[in-house]
Design a protein around this ligand. Structure first.
Ligand code: NAD
Length: 269
């Protein structure tokens, strides 16, 4: 299937590792013009170089900026204008999570979590809308989390922030009626990235299961991360869904929250 992503200008936030890196590499493979983004310029540059080499030398831009700060968002947006000439596809992937339960998560923690996982995204969306409206085409994709729906007690601030991402996408989709821009959410279940492995080991230790990752995964897969596909997700699973939602082929898919979970927490309604 031709996704029609050639020469599309794509910003994937938080793409120096994990799910974001896989999404960025996927877009590069489809012939898009991609900006890799991370908090540190040096890291962004080195990952952009790697991704470019993997794709046979296609140029990949490297941008940096702390998205929890207004000036960091501005720096990333201006970098896109300078290096790509604009943004056709915004993938709001950057986010932060770790085990921090109700006893530990104080008000400040909730505020920080909201700044990183929600407000950063709103700022970027507000920045890209004018030009997307002018060109009457755009794709805005949020990487949320199935934790928005199942809300486990291990990271309440994060799960609630992800629920905000799901919610605001529906509102945004309506705001963009008739503009040629679609807004969708992807809600991954557990995906085996380095950050997720650290998180899983934190859970394992908390449960008294020890720190062997394979044993912890087995226990999680027979417990609250159980899913009919019988495995933890891979970054590529999310990347493939993201490429499709960004493509020309998904023009009639708007305002959805697509679970990429192997069936975890699936509901008929
Ligand atoms: P990760 O830690 O590997 O990557 C997160 C990226 O976001 C990193 O590049 C990091 O530098 C960036 N980032 C974080 N805070 C930032 C900030 N303030 N400014 C700029 N960049 C910042 O995580 P991952 O596991 O690949 O997760 C990626 C996304 O997918 C996150 O939004 C996460 O919430 C979501 N998610 C992950 C899983 C999972 O199991 N891995 C499941 C559901 C949802």
């Amino acid at each position: 299937m031709n996704l029609g992503l050639e020469a599309k200008r794509v910003l994937v936030t938080g793409s120096t590792r994990g799910i974001g890196r896989s999404i960025a590499a996927g877009f590069v493979g489809e012939g898009a013009r991609v900006a890799v983004h991370g908090r540190r310029q040096e890291t962004a540059r080195s990952v952009a170089r790697e991704v470019s080499q993997e794709a046979g030398g296609t140029p990949v831009a490297a941008l940096s900026g702390d998205l929890s700060q207004e000036d960091g968002v501005e720096q990333v947006f201006q970098g896109c204008l300078e290096q790509l000439g604009g943004i056709d596809v915004l993938v709001n992937n950057a986010g932060a999570y770790e085990v921090c339960g109700w006893k530990e998560a104080d008000g400040e923690r909730w505020m920080d979590s909201y700044a990183v996982n929600v407000v950063s995204r709103v700022r970027l969306i507000r920045r890209v809308l004018d030009s997307m409206r002018r060109q009457q085409w755009g794709r805005i994709i949020q990487i949320a989390s199935i934790s928005a729906a199942v809300a486990p007690p291990v990271f309440p601030d994060y799960a609630a922030a992800k629920a905000a991402s799901v919610n605001m996408t529906v509102s945004l989709m309506q705001e963009l009626a008739g503009s040629g821009i679609t807004a969708n959410t992807i809600s991954p279940g557990p995906v085996e990235t380095e950050t997720w492995k650290t998180f899983a080991i934190q859970i394992g230790k908390g449960q008294g299961w020890g720190d062997d990752l394979e044993e912890i995964k087995e226990k999680l897969l027979s417990g609250w991360m159980s899913n009919p596909c019988g495995r933890i997700g891979r970054p590529q699973d999310v990347a493939d869904a993201c490429l499709f939602l960004a493509s020309q082929r998904s023009a009639y898919i708007n305002g959805v929250n697509l679970p990429v979970t192997g069936g975890l927490a699936a509901r008929a309604i």
